[in-house]
Write a protein that binds this ligand. Structure first.
Ligand code: ZN
Length: 150
């Protein structure tokens, strides 16, 4: 791996796939091309796959700062599991491939709680070294205000 693959700010950002965050988030954070590793999923949830990417970012790409950026009005708070289940059935898919579709989808109760929980999960994970700085933020998609929550 070339040194150019390493993020200049030694930073990894975990954020939501919400389309309102495209470009906007990086403007708010002052992040340019080459500055940070960005990991996105629905609801910025710390799954095993996110942890896998963080381990690569830390040990191979010199990341020493991790931030989770959640946002207001996140779709994963209002995700209607029954509706998704019905749509899957209508379109010939099988919603029973997992014993608990709601849990598998990762519905969240509060954007802020979800960020705090994620930060704790990363900090306490056995594969993450204690010298990595982990913080959490909420971006207000209406006002653009970025608030630190932990
Ligand atoms: Zn979201």
């Amino acid at each position: 791996m070339s040194d150019e693959a390493k993020p200049k700010k030694k930073l990894a950002i975990i954020t939501c796939m919400d389309s309102r965050l495209v470009n906007y988030l990086y403007e708010k954070l002052g992040i340019d091309r080459g500055d940070a590793k960005v990991i996105k999923n629905a609801g910025n949830i710390i799954t095993d796959d996110v942890l896998r990417s963080l381990v690569v970012a830390i040990y191979l790409l010199d990341v020493n700062k991790i931030i989770i950026v959640g946002h207001t009005d996140c779709g994963m708070k209002s995700v209607d599991v029954e509706n998704i289940k019905n749509k899957m059935l209508e379109r010939g898919a099988n919603p029973y491939f997992t014993p608990n579709l709601g849990q598998w989808l990762g519905k969240i109760n509060s954007e802020e709680e979800n960020v705090i929980k994620g930060v704790e999960l990363i900090k306490n994970h056995p594969a993450i070294p204690k010298d990595v700085d982990v913080r959490g933020f909420i971006l207000d998609v209406e006002t653009g205000e970025l608030k630190q929550v932990c």
